[in-house]
Design a protein around this ligand. Structure first.
Ligand code: MRU
Length: 357
């Protein structure tokens, strides 16, 4: 797997073999500095996920998968007997899977590796278990790169001519490949289409301004950053051909949780007749939930709103409402692009037809 895509460092990379470590690009420092941190144990991975050093639904799934390899390494370092080692890995799985609640990819990936623990024999040989966990984590990572490629191809064929508005960051920094929504944009650009990308800055943590704009500048794709509050006005001008966003969890009826502000964008897009596309891999679907009402929405610290980037922006005594995600109802979504194909007329039957649910 290539570590660099158009000068964009990989969001995360496993270094070495079963006694190796997970290298994470610390996205909290971008776009000022591109620095990696080394994760040699699960608490460091959990902290990196919670603090958004690594973020984006597919990327935190990959981090969770490699976190499971580190859990097995911890057990080996502590010379735990086989049964205790399994118990340790299962405990760590719980910590990893719950580090952030909304993106289903995290639990999906951790559960996938947990199945390796279950199928490794009883009691599993610690060396063999470590080997099989690392092989599976590498597979999760490599597969995500391929899913992005397929999503990019399907999506590029779908989006109309014109400028594109996106929200949050859904590119290389958020995935194991070129991205989901941003992968669609990058693929269309690489096919020779020409357009301006409008990137919502994405309050409060500025993933659009700090990360999406950074990726697009690295790729020499023209990007204009706007405050989230300018998006409806931009759509009203008629300049934007479509909106493309990612997803953290899509339920059986197509309701889609994504970064806070996505729902408002979809409402404004509908009001102005602009197609609104979601791009996401099958690992972002949670077919156990009938509708988006059941999706847990992460609420983050008040300081992110009251003192953005550490600079006080509201008086002491003010409170903050800081949901990290919102849910866009399926009826506002023109189509969902997955690696398996495109879901049109989004609803339970069309989701099941493409996802096989
Ligand atoms: O809080 P974040 O930065 O992890 O939120 C990320 C998003 O909402 C993305 O749009 C989503 O995870 C899709 S990433 C391909």
């Amino acid at each position: 797997m290539s570590e660099f895509s158009a000068n964009i460092p990989a969001a995360l990379q496993w270094r070495g073999e079963t006694d190796g470590y997970l290298e994470i690009l610390d996205q909290t420092l971008l776009p000022v500095r591109a620095e990696q941190i080394c994760c040699r144990d699960v608490p460091t991975v959990v902290e990196a996920i919670k603090l958004l050093r690594v973020r984006g639904a597919p990327a935190i799934g990959i981090a969770g998968a490699y976190g499971m390899v580190l859990a097995a390494a911890e057990a080996r370092r502590q010379h735990l007997p086989a049964a205790a080692a399994v118990a340790h890995v299962k405990d760590r799985a719980g910590e990893l899977a719950t580090a952030r609640p909304t993106a289903v990819n995290l639990r999906w990936a951790v559960d996938r590796l947990l199945q390796m623990v279950g199928s490794a024999g009883s009691p599993p040989d610690p060396d063999q278990l470590a080997e099989s966990l690392l092989a599976e984590a590498r597979l999760v990572h490599a597969e995500d790169r391929d899913l992005c490629t397929a999503i990019g191809r399907h999506g590029a064929a779908l989006i109309p001519a014109g400028d594109i508005l996106t929200h949050c960051n859904t590119g290389s920094l958020a995935t194991g490949g070129d991205g989901t929504a941003l992968g669609v944009i990058v693929t269309a650009w690489n096919q020779g289409r020409r357009f301006q990308v409008f990137a919502d800055e994405t309050r409060p943590l500025l993933q659009g301004a700090r990360l999406t704009a950074w990726e697009l500048v690295q790729r020499q794709i023209p990007v204009t950053v706007l405050v989230d509050g300018a998006a409806a006005h931009l759509l009203k001008t008629g300049r934007v051909g479509c909106c493309v966003v990612g997803a953290d969890r899509i339920t059986a009826n197509g309701d889609t949780a994504n970064k806070i502000g996505t729902y408002g964008l979809a409402v404004a897009a509908r009001a102005h007749g602009v197609p609104f596309f979601v791009a996401a891999p099958s690992s972002s679907f949670d077919l156990t939930l009938a509708t988006g009402e059941a999706i847990p929405i992460e609420e983050r610290a008040a300081t992110e709103v009251l003192a953005p980037l550490g600079v006080p922006a509201a008086p002491a005594g003010a409170e903050a409402f800081n949901p990290a995600f919102d849910v866009t109802p399926a009826e506002l979504i023109t189509a969902i692009v997955t690696e398996r194909g495109i879901i049109r007329d989004v609803g339970p039957a069309t989701v099941a037809a493409v996802l096989g649910g």
